[in-house]
Write a new protein. Sequence first.
Length: 467
Amino acid sequence: MTNFQSDALVFFGATGDLAYKKIFPSLQAMVKRGHLNVPVVGVAKAGWSLDQLRARAKDSLEKHGGLDPVAFDRLIALLRYVDGDYQDPSTFAALRKELRDAKAPAHYLAIPPVLFETVVEHLSASNCGRGARVIVEKPFGHDLTSAQELNKVLLGAFNEADIFRIDHYLGKRAVNNVLAFRFANTFVESFWNRNFIESVEITMAEDFGVQGRGGFYDQTGTIRDVVQNHLFQVLSNLAMEPPVRSDSDSLRDEKVKVLRAIPAIEEQNLVRGQFRGYREENGVAKNSQTETFAAVKLEINSWRWKSVPFFIRAGKCLPTTSTEIVAKFRKPPTLIPDSQLVENHLRLRLSPEITIAMGMMNLAPDAEGLVLQTGEMVASHSPRADEMDAYERVLGAAMAGDSTLFAREDYVEEAWRIVEPVLKKNTPVYQYAPGTWGPNEVERVTPISGWSNPDDKKAFKVASEAA
């Protein structure tokens, strides 16, 4: 890992939607914390001036996160702009001029993936890439072949240590809290294995649709958009072994081992769904077979997890917006009839708040005899208003040369290896009503005791009575 600090930040796509909603708010926050004090050069083809970009930044902050007058003025003083076509060498000559004496810039490609190769080649040819880092926005390829081709292009101009493949999910505090829970608490290791865990569920639910992004989403779908990247990262944090050192490569070595232990998804272990009304969205094909819901069953053939099924479920227009992990424990061999027991569980909620909950059985109050009920011990934390945003965290890490929060080449290719075969099989897409937990066919990919739905109180308040 190269650990020098970048002395400039260039972001391509400065007039785009991602910059408007995420990048400008993150840049202001970085300035406010004292984490950004180098030139920031926006690049786009919009026919704009620097004053127009400044106005766009101000509007962005007023609508997304709030304008801090002092931090904004400091950000504006750092901001520069190059307007030009990404295919025109003169654009990169102008960029080199705006970089002035910067020797180690970080180039953030917040642009459509189809433009990555063009921009990288021009960065190399113009010497803008010399001594630089490149930050690549997802999706990283559309399949294994395209990911390998993109890696080849990037590695032709940059060292692997200077390539940062963004998955902003890794910048979320709650996702990193999974690692803290596992490796900073001695008691967890005693039960976090196949001897005690019966199954693990990961649910990423959204109660909204594609929000005007139909054209993009119809070319992507749920598996490519969140399962292959975001949720595989969560899965890796849950299933990895303790790294031998605390450096980024040691951590990422263990994550790659998890993916290598997962066989490619088989057709019978996937259910795809599409909410009714999706095909009426702008930019969506009238006969679209793109999934807005996916449920997957995975096996991890490692010593720790052999024969423990991992279930992943994600979708749009579901009953709630929440990301949650539920690990269900094997039932104890007690004298109480098995039919009267409910599995203990560990529940980790990643959003909208961070929650760690242990579900267990105990005697019901004021009851005669052995009357049992389930309950949870809950520790919960709601994000503070001043808490670091995911994009702020990953951009700061990339500029510092810390690769911990970024996917390595081998990780990306292993993730595609797992999902690609089943994506190519054109499996059926089943319709489901908005506000439900997916199509009825999801029963085929369901834990033995059923899915634990976020915010479904019945899932955690089942009482049993012994005779």
